[in-house]
Design a protein around this ligand. Structure first.
Ligand code: KG4
Ligand code: ZN
Length: 340
């Protein structure tokens, strides 16, 4: 079979995104276009994503975003082999916008529809624009999720660990808010931490000695939010931001270390991938890279643009599903919750 060219749509949170990706027969992925319209300005005044505002904004933006993605790819709809859309998990009002749009294109053009799990999109995102072969061990760290997964391909993943309370990105966002930083908090906290010395704070360490690969960030979140109230100077805030970033990176590494050792016992090909919005954090990346190398693993993260939400990862997951014949019914429902 030849190359597969798929339009991907992503509307599960606060970016309206469309992308065209080509999957070649040897498994290499080429991004022909990737358009992301961020709604950050619409939500900033509220300190977080407002679901109703997000859904309405997706409705307003999706036509133009898809049109741009098709134009930048230099394709007409007859150049497509399928349409992929995020069907969950996420804010269901937004998910419905992209999924309905995808169904309309599929019906009008006689193309297969591929409903994609947003997490599966993040799981394949490291393959965008760089050659990465399956299988690999994945740490998926975003605003809503924190999971360790053994990834053998689309529709073929095993979860080794997950968070028992908050996601790492959620901890970044809530602590940033307590420090008076805007939304989204992760990037702002990283910037504040640049001038800080975290060794001046002693933050709680969760799950030490626990013999699984799960995560917990709620204790850290509560402790840091309380310390933030007591900060009086800009230097103290920077010191706390650095301490928080270091603590999150350390827990991610400690839990990943356990998964790496279990994975290495069964796999000769040792590759560790980190994906999701928190993978954009440089301290997190550097700490995970050191942990990977210590365990004899190669380490990879997606290009920055594909760490946070985008549609190229949805198009690629869709193309890989299409190649396996895993297409969806036209009456597939949007799912607010959808574990991998
Ligand atoms: O993957 P993503 O765009 O959306 C979800 O699927 O959740 O991840 C967004 C999350 C937010 O919590 C944001 O604060 C965090 O990723 N994030 C960061 C950084 N950039 C984004 N966290 C820490 N440092 C960053 N540089
Ligand atoms: Zn995401």
């Amino acid at each position: 079979t030849g190359a597969l060219t798929v339009l991907g749509l992503e509307t599960s949170c606060d970016e309206t995104a469309a992308s065209v990706v080509r999957l070649s027969p040897d498994g290499a992925a080429t991004v022909l276009s990737s358009v992301v319209h961020s709604q950050i300005d619409d939500h900033a005044a509220y300190g977080g994503v407002v679901p109703e505002i997000a859904a309405r904004s997706h409705v307003e933006m999706i036509d133009g975003v898809v049109r741009r993605a098709m134009a930048e790819a230099g394709l007409g709809y007859d150049g497509l082999d399928g349409v992929a859309a995020t069907a969950g998990p996420g804010l269901v009002g937004g998910v419905m916008v992209g999924l309905s749009f995808g169904k309309a294109v599929a019906l009008a053009r006689g193309l297969p529809l591929i409903a994609v799990n947003h997490l599966e999109g993040h799981a394949v995102s490291a393959r965008l624009g760089q050659p990465v072969a399956y299988p690999f061990l994945l740490l998926l760290v975003s605003g809503g999720h924190c999971q360790l997964l053994e990834v053998r391909g689309v529709g073929d993943m095993t979860r080794l660990g997950t968070t028992i309370d908050d996601a790492a990105g959620e901890a970044f966002d809530k602590i940033a808010k307590a420090l008076g930083l805007g939304y989204p908090g992760g990037p702002a906290l990283e910037t504040l931490a640049e001038g800080g010395d975290g060794s001046r704070f002693d933050l709680p360490r969760a799950l030490l000695g626990r013999k699984d690969c799960d995560f917990s960030f709620s204790g850290l979140k509560t402790a840091a939010a309380r310390l933030a109230q007591a900060c009086e100077t800009e230097q103290q805030r920077a010191d706390l931001a650095d301490a928080v970033q270091t603590a999150i990176a350390r827990q991610l590494s400690e839990r990943s270390d356990r998964a790496l050792k279990a994975y290495a016992a069964e796999h000769p090909h040792r590759l560790f991938v980190v994906a999701g919005g928190v993978a954009a954090n440089r301290t997190v990346r550097a700490t995970l890279q050191a942990t990977a190398e210590k365990n004899g693993f190669a380490f990879l993260a997606p290009p920055m643009a594909y760490c946070t939400d985008n549609a190229a990862m949805i198009a690629l997951a869709g193309a890989e599903r299409l190649r396996k014949g895993l297409v969806s019914d036209i009456d597939t429902a949007a799912r607010p919750r959808w574990p991998l």
